[in-house]
Design a protein around this ligand. Structure first.
Ligand code: PGA
Length: 254
């Protein structure tokens, strides 16, 4: 059985002090819920503060990005060996990285493999743009991003992956995919993973991301192939994020 997983992607928000306070409020609301895995992904400079808050709780820590090289002349970058043993997860290939920072599938693939080499669990984000969706290309785009992003990943390593299906048009727009469409896409992703990795695919968690809120989370999370959510905007408001984690907990007990 796949344990539901809710990850909060705080993006470029919160000072260190604000991050500490947000993490404290979230811990207070979710630490009694043992059937959902929860990860907080604050900006790099707040990782230490948030790690201190979640110590002695089951909450996990995630980074929002990393470089694929271990060290070197890459001004402003953070390497896998800096994160290894420090965070549990790393978001890779978020559409904002692809869009605003020109990250290619090849670079994203190097990051995925570097993460796995260093025992960091990648949350690989994939998703189509509005234009691609309008042209009916969604499945082809998802298949390609999976194929290129996971090139060279073994079935054994695949067990450590998390995939986030995030339609680009749904991110930060207040216009989420319908539960039925999100389910269909996530089922397609699982089918692709199954073709590639066999039975291991049943254990890989597939999250939905894009305008998840406390009101739409229960229906989205009820879908059989949606194992959790990658939450942006709503993860910055403790009560909203807690409500989404509760919805995931109810999926588990339903
Ligand atoms: P959103 O962002 O929840 O604000 O739409 C999701 C994401 O980018 O991961």
């Amino acid at each position: 059985m796949r344990q539901p997983f809710i990850a909060g992607n705080w993006k470029m928000n919160k000072t260190v002090q604000e991050a500490r306070e947000l993490a404290e409020a979230i811990v207070a609301g979710v630490q009694a819920l043992h059937d959902v895995e929860v990860a907080l992904c604050p900006p790099f400079v707040a990782l230490t503060a948030v790690k201190a808050v979640i110590a002695d709780t089951p909450l996990k820590l995630g980074a929002q990005n990393m470089h694929d090289q271990e060290k070197g002349a890459f001004t402003g970058e953070i390497s896998p060996i800096m994160l290894a043993g420090w965070v549990d997860y790393v978001i890779v290939g978020h559409s904002e990285r692809r869009q605003h920072f020109g990250e290619s599938d090849a670079f994203i693939n190097r990051k995925v493999r570097a993460a796995l080499r260093h025992s960091l669990r990648p949350i690989l984000c994939i998703g189509e743009t509005l234009e691609q969706n309008d042209r009916g290309e969604t499945e082809a785009v998802l298949a390609q991003q999976l194929r290129l992003g996971l090139d060279g990943v073994s079935s054994t390593e695949a067990a450590h992956l998390v995939i986030a299906y995030e339609p680009v048009w749904a991110i930060g727009t207040g216009r989420p995919a319908t539960p039925a469409d999100a389910q269909q896409r996530c089922a397609f992703i699982r089918q692709e993973l199954c073709a590639r990795f066999g039975d291991v695919a049943d254990a890989i968690r597939i999250l939905y991301g894009g305008s998840v809120t406390p009101s739409n989370a229960p229906e989205l999370l009820r879908q059989p192939d949606i194992d959790g959510a990658l939450v942006g905007g709503a993860s910055l408001v403790a009560q909203d994020f807690i409500a989404i984690v509760r919805a995931a907990s109810q999926k588990q007990t339903a």
